[in-house]
Design a protein around this ligand. Sequence first.
Ligand SMILES: Nc1nc2c(c(=O)[nH]1)N[C@H]1C(S)=C(S)[C@@H](COP(=O)(O)OP(=O)(O)OC[C@H]3O[C@@H](n4cnc5c(=O)[nH]c(N)nc54)[C@H](O)[C@@H]3O)O[C@H]1N2
Ligand SMILES: Nc1nc2c(c(=O)[nH]1)N[C@H]1C(S)=C(S)[C@@H](COP(=O)(O)OP(=O)(O)OC[C@H]3O[C@@H](n4cnc5c(=O)[nH]c(N)nc54)[C@H](O)[C@@H]3O)O[C@H]1N2
Ligand code: SF4
Ligand SMILES: [Mo]
Length: 698
Amino acid sequence: MQVVPSVCTFCGVGCGLGLRVEGGRAIGVEPQAGHPVSQGQLCAKGWASGFVVDPGDRLRKPLIKAHGRFREASWDEALTLVAGEMRAALEAAGPAAVGVISCAHATNEDNYAAQKFARAVLGTANIDHCARICHSPSVAGLSRTLGSGAMTNSIADIDEAELILVIGADVTENHAMIGARMLRAQARGARLVVVDPRRTRLARLADQHIQLRVGSNIALLNGLLHIIFANGWEDREFLAYRCENEQALREQVRELTPALTSRLTGVPVLALIELARAYSQARRAFIAYGMGITQFQSGTGNVIAVANLALACGQLGRPGTGVNPLRGQNNVQGACDMGCLPDVYPGYQKVSDAAVRARFARAWGVAQPAAAGLTSLGMSEAALRGEFRALMVLGEELVVTDPDQHKLARALQALDFLVAVELTLSETARYADVVLPAAAFAEKDGTFSNCERRVQRVRKAVEPPGEARADWQILAALAERMGYSGMGWVDAAAVFAEMAALTPCFSAMSHARLERPGGLQWPCDAAHPEGSPILHMQSFPRGRAQLLPVSQVEPDECPDAEYPFCFTTHRLHFHYGGGAMTRKSPLLERETPAGLLFIHPQDAAQLGLHEAQGVRVRSRRGVLETRAHLTDDVPPGTVGMPYHFREAPCNRLTNSAQDPISHMPELKACAVALEPLPADQAPRIELERPPEDCHAGP
Ligand SMILES: Nc1nc2c(c(=O)[nH]1)N[C@H]1C(S)=C(S)[C@@H](COP(=O)(O)OP(=O)(O)OC[C@H]3O[C@@H](n4cnc5c(=O)[nH]c(N)nc54)[C@H](O)[C@@H]3O)O[C@H]1N2
Ligand SMILES: Nc1nc2c(c(=O)[nH]1)N[C@H]1C(S)=C(S)[C@@H](COP(=O)(O)OP(=O)(O)OC[C@H]3O[C@@H](n4cnc5c(=O)[nH]c(N)nc54)[C@H](O)[C@@H]3O)O[C@H]1N2
Ligand code: SF4
Ligand SMILES: [Mo]
């Protein structure tokens, strides 16, 4: 048996694992001893990561749809068809009508290739990925305030913090190894505070749980600032020397008394004062936040409010402090870093900067579009308007994970041409004209960047099933078909080298240097050859940090007489994303029923709803049936649903109202009505499947 060092393919913690390989097959995984992040441990999903490469249901050959059914095809036939359809869409409607959605589970090399394919081969700026519906408000908000959108500190900083403030993140479930580290820090004496409308496992164990009303983050954070300024608890020196715009922020929060804040958020005044004092007076306070901050139409404002709080208290630029967005997917940090966003090239070099465009145009030999492109949701909306023709989706389960499922399905049907590059025949791939088989993390060489900007090597441990190939190889082959010769890399190391040469914050990295266990954290350049565990120690990329006053914005849809419950969505420890990968594991699948609605016992009693009884959940956009689970994890008036189950797709109900800055949809709040099913009636399962004539082909 051979053990190949790799990185977990699920969440952004980036745990190190060893793939056990015997007779050319992955037979299991083991934790990596001494790994800087996972310290010799893995969570239940990490232990199950071998199932991702399980050949059972993997795609082995390209598929082409004809008369509503898929048939196997050769690469030659499939690539010729894709190249022809892409060219046809370009000729008919121009580069604004085509686009690429990239994959945050794929490698940096795959993602670099995806944005280069979009920009250099298709000539379009329409390139995006799931960060849009995840941490795009962090990228937007933190680049405006601090000058950089990533975690400012490292996971190990948790060990040094005196106070850990978790806002809108369910860390023991979703970033399990970080959650465990927080609990160890608490056991050693750190104070742990959780701000969340739900009583999460971490909230139950915390020293203080601030159970705010869903969608009241800015009111809360501004209210804390009011208390801090009123008591002189701010860091005057940090404000004077490292920040600008202090006066405007003071003005903004002047009227927000604790009594008013308490009314707006539902948090008792004394709890507000206790938190304001503890956070501002801690010598080192570490903020971690997640989707409870970003997934609102006020997402960017929420992120800015978090940054304002940290800046006013000088809790940045030192060990054990920082503003730390817990990035979701194993390589979503990397997909952003690689420029799979419609407004930036690799390393966040702006599309709007003519000098940057000129550099990429020179390197790639193709003139570059001057305007930013469409976001992922922007592409589906343009498709519904008939303005968008052809889409390539690499590893994203849009049908399950995008908001407003019926609308998304209509958009996919409205396209002239859809190509999906996937591990398995996902719900999204079923809508495609062509499906191309991709290699998974254990079947290719490359790098992943975890949430603390740590770039780590993954290695080919086993052969991909059948004729599957790495995403970058598929994109390179397609580029060649389309007459572009600039993507003929010999291996993944060559892709990385091209990227590093064009991306200042990666300039001192290479596959050879990344062979070391634990990799390197960017910025990694001539000035920081060993990488950068902590950002903003001396100054911010924009010089001084910018305090930006923001005010409370309510969710787009609030409960009313017709839809009386606040509906929120979240995750479960044992499942991941749209479920395509974790639901292959019988061990993980055994842990949870396929879909459930969390409801407070008080609300259930009023509806006459019992534990495990079927319930119909209806919003303005759709209806589904699932089973109720009675728990005081959720407050009365609010119901919650995980989004992992195609059989109970909570995104049939969610609202696609968007943050005007980042275009993040409001996945954390909408309004629903509930109707118990007769006690003996099982919930009806209606999968969102394409009609027979969807892209039926010839
Ligand atoms: N097991 C598992 N782990 C995962 C994933 C998975 O699917 N399964 N997905 C990965 C991905 S892609 C991501 S992005 C991360 C996400 O990880 P998290 O950010 O932890 O994601 P969620 O559980 O969706 O939401 C976090 C919390 O926000 C709370 N919340 C809702 N509304 C508000 C509000 O108004 N204010 C505040 N303060 N909180 C609120 C919810 O109650 C919830 O507990 O997890 C990653 N890890
Ligand atoms: N209601 C609600 N909806 C949400 C959220 C929420 O909190 N609530 N969270 C949102 C968030 S934060 C996110 S990040 C998204 C996640 O949404 P997605 O990115 O759509 O979800 P995943 O299930 O993680 O999976 C993606 C697909 O990638 C494929 N894949 C894995 N590795 C590779 C590879 O190397 N190459 C290729 N080509 N494919 C690969 C898998 O087979 C899987 O089908 O969901 C969002 N949707
Ligand atoms: S915490 Fe995340 S990266 Fe670590 S083993 Fe679990 S799923 Fe994988
Ligand atoms: Mo995410």
